[in-house]
Design a protein around this ligand. Structure first.
Ligand code: ME8
Length: 510
């Protein structure tokens, strides 16, 4: 049986255009997905778009379009960005697709038939931008406690989900599974939220029409979060439990931003419990990006568009920066200066220099051909051991979604490589004919360590890794077997490398 890995991003609302926040989650999922493929897993990587609900309906009205016209237009922008960013998703689900609507209706009907959804009446405060109801005591100055925007009082007949019934079961599950909600601070937040008590949840609306009708009562539209969350199973073919649903559910990890934690760790699991379906293995909520110290918003006109960044700095520099700069799970600040600093110091200097100088040397000393190494000296063994430890550290860190730490452990070996060259001084060995074998060994070690580095970089920076491996004479795609020391064969032709990342000098251009 092959090992499987299922990872998801949120499905993004189509009333907004993609910005670095959306790119961040999707990129993180892409890196995990590429890494797991490299490790031999069969991967299903899902992303998509959230197209129903009042928010989209209102945005369409304002734009003079039908909601579907708006969605068709915006979805193309997301998909074009994902192509440009090198996102290797398996499937892109749109909540307006038949396959999705069918699955949502089925789930709703199933929970209804069980008696866990019932018809009642609702009177509460509603925040349209967040698509969330609040009680009066939760409001701050009658504004939404999450986004601080005005709320409106709504009274309507509504279907309710008996969320309260699952409070104890959910609590027990969170307590028994420390990894279920990550990072730990988020887990604690949800534990106290659930302990305060769960109310039944309104899961239908009669105030608008853009959505999936309640089966058997089409005056009601299914609540947009019930609809949206279900994408994680409808994309696998639910309710058909053969095929992908049987194969990939439960999901290995739902990646989300901290803004939508409660929906994924309270609502979604209780829906699944009611339907008798297994719960996700892990929900990981990352932090929030601000821009040059400020909240990103249309009104402040400081929204950072990934398209512009990619055009200016290149796709792999952006991919690297977003995952290296801020530990996954914490909030972070985006600035051009920080990005340029990373490009110049980590990419141009450390990574690029190591490749340029080592491939230049092997061309100068051995006509660009890898020579058989002799016995390894102590300094070589230490460098080899460091390279091997990196493979392990990257694996452990990525399992914890610690992207930044994984990259840090790769950069330690890059620095070690530059230091290794300084200490072994190949230019001195080259002057002494009796040191030919020693020189061959040093060259072998420094090239082999980099081959493994580029294998591990391939999920993060696929284009750069392909270039690096080309210069190192590696044909084929990185795989798990090649992560071991010794894969570089004697006789391999090494191409003198061009700089991978030119330094960005002109500060006035920022
Ligand atoms: O919430 N920093 O969609 P959405 C980091 N449709 N990440 C950010 C960010 C920022 N400043 N801004 C947005 C929805 N994100 C629902 C989801 S899922 C069943 C339904 C990212 O378009 C982050 O992943 O508002 C966040 O969770 C997501 O965009 C919200 O996207």
């Amino acid at each position: 049986m092959s090992r499987t890995f299922y990872i998801t991003t949120p499905i993004y609302y189509v009333n907004d255009v993609p910005h670095i926040g959306h790119a961040y989650t999707t990129l993180a999922a892409d890196v995990m997905s590429r890494y797991k493929k490299l490790k031999g897993y069969e991967v299903f990587f899902l992303t998509g778009s959230d197209e129903h609900g009042q928010k989209v309906e209102k945005a369409a009205l304002a734009a003079g379009e039908t909601p579907l016209e708006l969605a068709d237009r915006v979805v193309k922008r997301f998909q074009a960005l994902w192509d440009k960013l090198g996102i290797s998703y398996t499937d892109f689900i749109r909540t307006t697709q038949e396959r999705h609507k069918k699955g949502v209706s089925h789930l709703f009907e199933k929970v209804l038939a069980k008696g866990d959804i019932y018809l009642g009446e609702y009177e509460d405060w509603y925040c349209t931008p967040c698509e969330t109801f609040w009680t009066e005591t939760q409001l701050i100055d009658y504004k939404c406690p999450d986004c601080n925007r005005p709320t409106e009082k709504l009274k309507e007949e509504s279907y309710f989900f008996r969320m309260s019934k699952y409070q104890e079961q959910l609590l027990a599950h969170i307590e028994a599974n420390p990894d279920f909600i990550q990072p730990k601070s988020r887990r604690n937040e949800i534990l106290s939220f659930v302990k305060e008590g769960l109310r039944d949840l309104s899961v239908s609306r009669t105030s608008f029409t853009w959505g999936i009708p309640v089966p058997g009562n089409d005056k009601h539209i299914i609540y947009v979060w019930f609809d949206a969350l279900t994408n994680y199973i409808t994309a696998l073919g639910y309710p058909d439990d053969g095929g992908n649903f049987g194969k990939f559910w439960p999901v290995d990890v739902h990646l989300i931003g901290k803004d939508i934690l409660r929906f994924h760790t309270v609502y979604w699991p209780t829906f699944l419990l009611a339907a008798g379906l297994p719960l996700p293995n892990k929900v990981f909520a990352h932090g929030w990006w601000t821009v040059e110290g400020q909240k990103m918003s249309k009104s402040l006109q400081n929204v950072v568009e990934p398209n512009m960044l990619i055009d200016k700095y290149g796709v792999d520099a952006v991919r690297y920066f977003l995952l290296r700069e801020v530990p996954f799970g914490l909030d972070g600040d985006f600035s051009h200066a920080a990005l340029v600093h990373r490009i110049n110091s980590d990419l141009a200097n450390d990574l690029g220099n190591l490749l340029s100088r080592s491939t230049a040397m092997v061309n100068k000393y051995f006509g660009g051909t890898v020579q058989a190494p002799g016995a390894l000296a102590e300094i070589d063994l230490a460098y080899k051991a460091k390279t091997e430890a990196m493979v392990e550290q990257v694996d452990v860190n990525l399992d914890e979604l610690a992207f930044s730490r994984a990259l840090q452990s790769i950069w330690e070996v890059i620095s070690a490589g530059n230091k290794y060259i300084d200490e072994t001084a190949p230019w001195t060995l080259a002057k002494d004919p009796s040191q030919q074998e020693r020189l061959a060994t040093v060259m072998y070690c420094v090239l082999e360590s980099q081959r493994i580095i580029y294998f591990l970089l391939s999920p993060f920076m696929p284009k750069t890794a392909a270039k690096g491996l080309y210069y190192l004479g590696w044909q084929g795609t990185p795989d798990e077997a090649g992560l071991g020391w010794g894969g570089l064969e004697t006789g391999t032709g090494i191409v003198k490398a061009e700089p991978l990342f030119p330094r960005i000098e002109d500060k006035t251009d920022l």
